[in-house]
Design a protein around this ligand. Structure first.
Ligand code: SF4
Ligand code: MG
Length: 313
């Protein structure tokens, strides 16, 4: 049966088991209007899965997706599609997410045209405006994606997401594939757009340094759970969770501050078989007996600052 083939494939490592794709555990995350929340953690911790659930690309096995208090997936189909248009994703690999056979003008105008946001007559001016907004020459509208550099493609990816005037944006490692200097340029663009457009955004990155200047708050994930959630200044000045402290120790630009904390030991365990109790205990410099069998709950340790660690007791 196909089931049997799938099991065999998984055993041989051809297919990723479905459990790995849905490895989130009791995650509860809110993004307020006009707020940018940085979601950080090592790759494989479930950040992308959470982002994909937020934009509706994955259905969660349990739980709901609320948009301004409404369960999006319970809406009548036409209404759901209308709301869904306002929820956009900027992908990890801008090249893979752009159709190579479409000119940039069509890539940018497609969704707004289909949804009746612009007319054919308005298209050229609309595309030129979008390109200018992301710092590209409007003449580039005639080009194909392969004629752009990595940084330019990242800008096109951002322009395409902005084309439908989204109310909520998820950026998944939007700059991770770029050289450091280009990364800085795209992050600056992002900060400028954020100011101009008042973006509401979940910004996913494995790099705390990347989310630092961009986010209002930061949520830290470890193996499918959020272990800390606080305003960005508190995360950097008073990280409460040993995992966050370890991540801070690894940010190369924080030379002075990082001396306070120990770096994280070892590898991220498989999300398929997370360690019992606190998932972080095999790597935690402060682990004690209770950590090995009891999962700590996320709770407020200071005003507006939540952390999940037994040390807070
Ligand atoms: Fe470390 Fe224990 Fe806290 Fe987990 S609960 S972070 S293992 S001290
Ligand atoms: Mg990812």
């Amino acid at each position: 049966s196909p089931d049997w083939i799938e099991r065999l494939g998984q055993r041989l490592g051809w297919l990723r088991p479905a459990a790995a794709v849905h490895a989130l555990d009791g995650v509860d995350l809110a993004v307020a209007q006009g707020e940018v929340v940085g979601l950080v953690g090592e790759s494989g911790c479930g950040k992308s899965t959470l982002g994909r659930i937020a934009v509706g690309l994955h259905a969660p096995t349990r739980g709901t997706r609320l948009w301004r208090g409404t369960d999006v997936d319970a809406l009548p189909e036409a209404e759901r599609r209308r709301v869904q248009l306002g929820i956009q994703m900027i992908f990890q690999d801008p090249y893979a997410s752009l159709n190579p056979r479409m000119r940039v003008r069509d890539l940018l105008a497609e969704a707004p045209r289909v949804h009746g946001l612009i007319s054919r007559a308005e298209q050229a001016g609309f595309v030129a405006g979008l390109l200018r907004q992301v710092g590209l020459d409007p003449a580039m509208a005639e080009r194909f994606p392969h004629q752009f550099s990595g940084g330019q493609r990242a800008r096109v990816g951002i322009a395409r997401a902005l084309a439908v005037k989204p109310g909520f944006l998820v950026c998944d490692e939007a700059v991770a594939a770029l050289d450091v200097s280009i990364q800085a340029q795209v992050l600056n663009l992002f900060m400028r757009l954020r100011e101009q457009l008042g973006l509401t955004c979940l910004f996913i990155s494995h790099d705390l340094g990347v989310v630092r200047h961009l986010s209002d708050r930061v949520a830290v994930m470890y193996l499918g759970r959020i272990v800390e959630n606080a305003p960005v200044a508190d995360i950097f000045a008073r990280p409460a969770h040993p995992y966050t402290q370890g991540l801070l120790a690894e940010v190369p630009t924080l030379k002075v501050e990082k001396k306070r904390f120990l770096a994280i030991r070892g590898e991220l365990p498989s999300p398929l078989a997370p360690p019992p109790g606190c998932h972080f205990h095999p790597r935690c410099p402060h682990a004690f007996d209770r950590c090995r069998h009891e999962a700590p709950r996320l709770r407020e340790v200071a005003p507006d600052h939540a952390s999940a660690c037994h040390l807070h007791d």
